[in-house]
Design a protein around this ligand. Structure first.
Ligand code: SIN
Length: 366
């Protein structure tokens, strides 16, 4: 009799535990259905960096860990999003970024975001050219779903590495419904920036990224993006640039001005090596040293687009009739030289250097 009763108890405990299991499977199924599906693409950088000791933050190897390996070190990510895929697009120190990687990345992001089962994309990337990749994607991604570039200033192996927290926060932003329509964003140090205005302002600090003059879009606090600004310049779904069939971007180079400059030699060399456009990183509000002027005028006459930007970190280079009306140059508005280069590259996929008025309009819209 005793044996019979304990068998009944055992059987009912088994049934209860099976039904508990079914309930918890159902709960976890519906929890994972309510979480956003995020793709994480790896490009390398310090966020994937490894040093010989935990104290080392200089002279380490960037792009040492795969994106998969980095994500595995942050198990907490699985509680905020379903990571649908981790894919290595490149494995580089971002100083070595190329147009080819940009095109490959932009095409892959567009492919992924066209899928109903992907809600956002996070890109792990080196900080040195992150602002450039972000701006290129801002003009070439055809979706309003969130795309977040994330990096780190300290390698993954460092004491107090900033990468894991940054990546976690990037997934928070990518997975939030509130993040739609802001264009491509950059996230470091709990702050969210617009691709158009963000720039690297410090060589070592975790707070290296800033948006001079225009401020951050917002913060990430306790698993939530908090937005305070919205980009007004055209981007993503409103951008007219289509790279889907483009294999090579027009060659555009940057010439830097300084007291006692020999920049005219650089202009002539870039022309000789086939530049289709030149960005002049001028002094002040885009002014040009008198010794460089003739080489730029000749380059323009030879069919090369000339854009005046500035080496100054803030402010704008406004249209100036002395340069722009007289010689057909274009002013960069508030784009720094490296971002002006990207907009000119894309502009030259649609227009020729002689269409400087049309190209000028683009600099006022994007
Ligand atoms: C890089 O840009 O790939 C190296 C430096 C960094 O990520 O901070």
């Amino acid at each position: 009799m005793k044996i019979f009763i304990s068998k009944i108890l055992l059987a009912s405990a088994f049934i209860v535990s099976i039904s508990n299991f079914a309930i918890s499977a159902e709960i976890s199924d519906s929890a994972s259905q309510s979480k956003a599906n995020i793709a994480i693409l790896g490009v390398g950088g310090t966020i994937a960096g490894q040093a010989q000791s935990a104290a080392q933050v200089v002279g380490y190897k960037a792009a040492a860990l795969s994106v998969d390996d980095i994500v595995k070190t942050i198990p907490e990510i699985s509680s905020i999003a379903n990571i649908s895929l981790c894919e290595q697009i490149a494995q580089i120190d971002s100083k070595d970024m190329t147009d080819f990687i940009w095109l490959t990345l932009a095409k892959r992001v567009n492919q992924l975001l066209s899928q109903d089962d992907i809600d956002g994309v996070v890109i792990t990337h080196g900080t040195d050219t992150m602002e450039e990749t972000a701006y290129f994607l801002n003009l070439t991604v055809k979706s309003d779903k969130p795309v977040i570039l994330v990096g780190a200033m300290r390698p993954n192996s460092a004491i107090s590495a900033d990468g894991p927290r940054n990546l976690y926060n990037a997934v928070v932003v990518a997975g939030s419904k509130n993040s739609k329509g802001y264009g491509v964003m950059v996230l470091l140090n709990d702050r969210i920036f617009s691709a158009r205005t963000v720039t690297k302002t410090n060589t070592i600090l975790p707070s290296a990224f800033n948006s001079i003059d225009f401020g951050a879009l917002g913060y990430v606090v306790e698993n939530e993006p908090k937005f305070y600004n919205k980009p007004v310049r055209l981007h993503t779904v409103d951008s007219e640039f289509d790279i889907s069939k483009i294999k090579i971007l027009p060659k555009v180079d940057i010439v830097y001005s300084y007291a006692g400059t020999h920049s005219d030699e650089a202009v002539k060399a870039f022309v000789k090596f086939g530049a289709k456009g030149i960005i002049h990183a001028g002094t002040g509000d885009g002014s040009i040293h008198k010794s460089t002027m003739l080489s730029l005028i000749e380059a323009k006459r030879a069919g090369i687009a000339i854009v005046r930007s500035t080496r100054v970190a803030g402010g704008i280079v406004a249209k100036d009739k002395n340069y722009d009306d007289n010689f057909g140059f274009i002013s960069a508005d508030s784009l720094n030289p490296q971002k002006a280069k990207i907009l000119l590259q894309l502009a030259l996929t649609k227009y020729q250097a002689k269409d400087n008025k049309k190209i000028q309009e683009l600099f006022e819209k994007y």
